[in-house]
Write a protein that binds this ligand. Structure first.
Ligand code: UTP
Length: 294
């Protein structure tokens, strides 16, 4: 069965980006001039997803508006003969079919996914976190979709290798090796100390899940941080069904954190030929101004 729908949870409070997130959604904060959520939705679209379901909360309307048409702006750009910008704005407005559901209380990622249950029905679906950007020609979520299809629509969790001393920052998977990129999962451990970590494979926010996960999410108790954790539900799913972990190809930026956000900004500036030279000149000037060397 083709995977057609993607849930993108964006209801979190974004406390690491306060004070900006006091008034604006974290996902609308741009990397240079493109909101981070643009990259996530683009990845889903390029993978062939035709419906995106945002799990939202109050104050997040800008994300839905961003993917809607803005007739007033289009008319303005047309009147002023700004045709390149007009084309760009129109493309964004017709990128994908967007719907949204509200998460009325921020009870965790597991709870956010459960809020979208009625929009999914009885089919496997994708989940992409709204603040994890992965750059690759073949979209990361498409790589997971392809593996899922190969295994009759099984669940697939995207993983990446992390240095052993950083396992305590992530959910870490365990399982049996299928091939150099794939594990048949037996479970997940949340933020283990390096000495307790079963592998160094972390889960940075790309999932293909089967609808059984919803029944599990209905029954699990609150976990770490007193929140309903998707990790806990995946652990149960592993006991009932085939769940694979797949080392996807691509460069991942944790844009939900300030260091990851800065890293993405620097990378995107350096790879853009239109701003690279100016950026490098400014960097050189600023390093010199503060007496710093690289
Ligand atoms: P994070 O753990 O990054 O939380 O959530 P956050 O609220 O976005 O940010 P911080 O940690 O306070 O700075 C991971 C993803 O899950 C969503 C978030 O929007 C983010 O995309 N989420 C989290 C929800 O949709 N609902 C929740 O209750 C919790």
């Amino acid at each position: 069965m083709r995977i057609r729908k993607a849930i993108i949870p964006i209801a979190g409070k974004g406390t690491r980006f306060l004070p900006a997130t006091k008034e604006i959604a974290k996902e609308i904060i741009p990397i240079i001039n493109v909101p981070m959520i643009h990259y996530i939705v683009k990845e889903a679209c390029e993978a062939g997803i035709d419906q995106v379901i945002f799990v939202t909360a109050s104050g997040k309307f800008a994300v839905e508006d961003y993917f809607d048409r803005n007739q007033e702006l289009e008319a303005f750009l047309e009147r002023n003969n700004k045709l390149k910008e007009l084309e760009l704005i129109r493309q964004i407005g017709s990128m994908v079919n967007v719907t949204s559901v509200r998460q009325k209380e921020q009870l965790g990622l597991g709870h956010a996914v459960l809020c979208a249950r009625s929009m999914i029905g009885d089919e496997p679906f994708a989940v992409l976190l709204g603040d994890d950007i992965v750059i690759n020609k073949n979209p990361a979520i498409k790589q997971l979709m392809d593996l899922s299809l190969k295994h009759q629509g099984a669940s697939v969790i995207g993983v990446m290798e992390v240095p052993k001393d950083q396992t305590s920052k992530y959910g870490i998977v365990k399982g049996e090796i299928v091939d150099e990129k794939t594990l048949r999962m037996t479970g997940m451990v949340e933020k283990p100390k390096p000495e307790d970590a079963p592998t160094n494979l972390a889960t940075p926010g790309r999932y293909i899940l089967t609808p059984e996960i919803f029944d599990i999410l209905e029954t699990i108790p609150r976990g770490a941080g007193n929140e309903y954790q998707l990790t806990d539900a995946i652990n149960v799913l592993c006991q009932r069904k085939d769940v694979f972990a797949y080392k996807f190809e691509g460069e991942r930026f944790d844009t939900g954190s300030i260091p990851g956000y800065l890293d993405a900004t620097i990378d995107f500036a350096l790879k853009d030929p239109a701003i690279r030279a100016t950026f490098m000149a400014s960097l050189k000037y600023r390093l010199n101004k503060y007496g710093l060397t690289l």
